[in-house]
Design a protein around this ligand. Sequence first.
Ligand code: ADP
Ligand code: ZN
Ligand code: ZN
Length: 837
Amino acid sequence: MYAKVIVDVPAKQTNRAFDYEVPSALRKWVEVGSRVGVPFGPRVLQGFVVELQENTQLDVKRIKPIQNVLDLVPPLTDELVMLGRWISHMYLCHEVTALQAMLPAALKAKYERAIGVGEEFGEQSLLDMPDLQAIVAYVKSKGSVPMDALMERFAADGALIKQLLGAGILTEVQVVKDRMSTKKALTVFPPADGSGLEQALSELPARANKQQEVLRYLMEHPHAIRLTELMETVEVGASTVKSLADRGWIELREVEVMRDPYAGRAFARTKPLPLTEEQSRVFAEIRAAVAEERHEVFLLHGVTGSGKTEVYLQSIQQCLDMGKEAIVLVPEISLTPQMVERFKGRFGDLVAVLHSRLSNGERYDEWRKITRKQVKVVIGARSAIFAPFTQIGLIIIDEEHESSYKQEESPKYHTRDVAVKRASMQGSVVVLGSATPSLESLERTRRRQDRAEPPYRLLTMKERVASRPMPPVAIIDMREELKSGNRSMFSTALYKAIEDRLHKKEQIVLLLNRRGYATFVMCRTCGYVSTCPHCDISLTYHQSSRMLRCHYCGYAEREVTECPSCQSKHIRHFGTGTQRVEEELGKIFPGIRVIRMDVDTTTEKGSHEKWLTMFREKQADVLLGTQMVAKGLDFPDVTLVGVIAADTVLNIPDFRSAERTFQLLTQVAGRAGRHEKQGEVFVQTYTPEHYSVQYASQHDFIAFANHELDVRANLGYPPYQRLILVTFSHEQVPLLVRFAEAFVTRLKEIALEYSTKQIDLFADAVSRDNSFQMDVLGPVASPISRIKDRYRFQCVVKYRGEDQAAEIVGRTVAWFEERSSKEKLLISVDVDPQYLM
Ligand code: ADP
Ligand code: ZN
Ligand code: ZN
């Protein structure tokens, strides 16, 4: 038997499957999706088996055997291996990169240097010496021994070991291992139903009262118990328990334990709620599709507070009733304990949770619950879409419009598209839920049935549960405030509203999508702005440390008090960051209790949870933060939401800025008045007339979407055309420009070949509307023209029609890499980019 193996080297030359022989001893263990160790040139590499065959086209004599198998049960399924191939074609990445992305970090390969027996092993002459024999026999008995272990064991024999290596009797080998091991814990096993313990008790001397206590405890509780737990309960030391084990009365051995991040937490069980009329209508559609095992994609547009989660929960129940599995994806920052509670509360131990705040070990153990089929539901961020389930009935993507569903590093996949692909392979249902669906998804609901990519079905929930009203949104023109002499960052209206809530002891959420103290520092005399010496970006002032920081590369320098350019002392902080708002609040409202949540205050593990719990327990009046405070939070006493500056997002030069502004305003407004108390929202802005601000204040998603879709159609942007962003970087500009231009020229040539071929083949069959069409914009300097001392250029490929574009760009990249390999030029391709930076 032969296996096709993708090896763990993400490079162009190794981006294909290599043939290996499956030795008969391993035949039962090697499957599609297995991780194996294989010899590759002088090394041993980890690889993934992607195909098994009876034959090989290659010369059998030259085919090497698989060295070892890393897992008893393959960590990837056949289906995930196929999905990996699709991702590599679709997003132009190496296949192994796609496969690796599906596994928890704990399963990333670790290569250990070890000593094994070499080719000259049969050579006897040296083996007359007993010292040498001992070493060789030891290595042989172990197969291979890690280098440091061997050096430790034969500490005095360094010279001999070197001699054996020189003679080829021993040789250096590489061993592939997992980065993470399972966790083991010493566990006490009393004899079955406690028999014999009474006898033991009588044999103990009277003064051994600690040992007696342990035995008595175990007689009352005759089942296995973790050693540490026993020590705590009976208040004894480990040696006491060990001495009982030494006498053979109880057994003490290591048992694998799961690292459960939610261990010891009780989740109150919840029952399905009686659905509202809107919920029932939507649920009936989803349930029917799940029950009929019909692949279908629903876009669930439900306003904030319309009860989408209850619909998700009952749809999952339908899945479980059929013995099938479900995946729930939520954006990383809204995967709060509150969210987890809702799913664990309904489905208990059937739920695994995967998010990036888990330690690698915890993540690995949650993941193993899936492979062992101990759970039926996974709730997690982006990468949980790769949960190795085999019977998926339903995939839910909550807040489907979130740009964090696009992975920024290779493989640069979009979770939504991967989910739809995976669901189509397994025949499962997808529910995309949002109060502000992405325009890409909305447009898919309006497509004709006969397109190659079938349409999604739109489901709508317009009302909040219990007919709670949407909060009124007031737009405040900050230019008018300035005219009337108010130079503070709070408008008079917002100021009064905050004062009022403080008085009533109700809570406030304030949003400013910018961290730090001030966006940049400028000299008022000469206009000098402090910028990062490595990146083309201005530095941000952080008040607590009095440092200027680069948010791209982490560079930091002391605050300047004198202009480095003209020595003037008139240095001013421009703009506003969360830190500055916090300070200002303290000045205006003495005694106000503010929790600030942004990247700087949530780096510590668990801090995110800590802040939210404090706010829930009303230990603070104000929750102030970046978009972190806008998503998914549900606090009954929040009756005021204030947006300090709606323009921070709007002013970013990107075609999605209006859409992001609308989403952010709608989401944060949705935090107000979710329960009995009526809420109120104030949006401060310098561009009150902008349609994204206007429609958000009217809670009118469809009107906004129609307006924005017109804009996109006119400009030829997604969802009507698709984009591929190609970015080049190098330390020298002239070389960079030359290569970028050569790339674009070649790209256009290849595209032309394709389009003429296409027209020849399909001249009559394809209507003008469907035909492939491609434009290349650029190359131009990237909006951020330098990062970490590398200059950046980019071009944007805009296209319509089916997916040859990725293939065309892929061929151009391959052509290009051959020509630029010596130049340290980096090229990165982003298909369906979320940001054009
Ligand atoms: P969304 O995710 O759409 O913003 P949620 O799922 O958070 O809305 O629901 C808002 C609130 O309404 C929650 O407190 C939830 O428990 C409650 N809720 C949802 N469905 C019902 C129902 N059928 N009956 C009563 N309360 C409900
Ligand atoms: Zn100056
Ligand atoms: Zn920098």
